[in-house]
Design a protein around this ligand. Sequence first.
Ligand code: GLU
Length: 299
Amino acid sequence: MVADSATYVGRFAPSPTGPLHKGSLVAALASWLDARAHGGQWLLRIEDVDAPRCSKAAADTILHQLEALGLHWDGELTWQSLRTGLYRAALDRLIADDFAYACACSRRDLEDQPLSLDGTRRYPGTCRDRFDVKPRAWRFRVPAGDLTFDDQLCGPVSIDVARDVGDFVLWRADGCCAYQLAVVVDDADQGVTDVVRGTDLLTSTPRQMLLQRALRMAQPRYAHVPLVLDAHGEKLSKQTLAKPLDPRDAVSDLVEALRFLNHAPPPEAIAAGRDALLAWGIAHWRLSACTRAPATTTT
Ligand code: GLU
C-alpha cells in the first residue's frame, strides 16, 4: 500500500558529520525517487542534534552536493538544532506518562554489559525502579516482547527491543536529545508518511515505533534499502572515510546509484544529462525492485 500523491511526504535526514558519499546517495536517491514517483513532497532535515559530532561546514557541503545532483527538496530546510523545545516537550510527556525514567549510570558503569544491536551497551535496567536518582540521562521504559512490523522491502521484521537493546537513551548525559526521540518527533511534526532509508537503520525502527505508540503519534510506512559495501564488505560510512561525492561527477554517481537500486538507465537517458536521467528514474521507479543489491562493490 502506498500513500496517494496528495498525502505522500517523504524525507532525507542526513547527519552533518561529514560529506555525502556513494552510500548516502543511494538512500537519498531512493527516497527522492519514491516521493517524486508518487507526486509527493520530499523534505530535507539536517540532523545536527548530536552537536559534538556535527558541523555547519559539513551541512553546507551536503546541501551543495544535493543541489549538484539535482535532488531538490520541498519547503523549508529543517535543522534539528533549532527544535530542542519540541523534543523537550515530548520528553516531558514521556516522563509524565511514566514511559521515561532518570538514569544515573555512567558509561563506565555499563562497560561490562553485552553490546546491543546498535553497538552501544545493552542497558540492564539499573535505575528503572529507583526514585532517588539524580538524572544524568533519561531512558525509555521498553515493554517486554517482540515488536513486529512489515517493511516494504525487507518484509516482516521482528525485534525484541527489551532483550536486544534494553531501555534506550532519550536524553543524553551531555544535554543532547538522542537520535531516536528527535527523529520520531520530527517525522510526526512534519507529517512524514514514508521513510525510505538504508538498512543500517532497520533495527532502530522498532525503537521508533515504541516511541510513536507512547507519544500517540502516527506511524509512517518504512522501506529500508540495501547498503553500499566497500571491497571488505563494510558499509560505506563517514567513519571509514568513504570518498565524498564530487559535484562534478553528479551524472556518473546518479547512474551508479540507479544501477545499485536495480534501475539501470539506458544509454540515451544517461546521454541526455542529469535532469533527464532523474526524469527517467521517476518514470521507471519501482520500490520493490530495490530489494536485492547487485553483488558489485564500490568505494
Ligand atoms: N540522520 C541519520 C543518518 O544520517 C538518518 C536518520 C533517518 O533517516 O532516520 O544516518
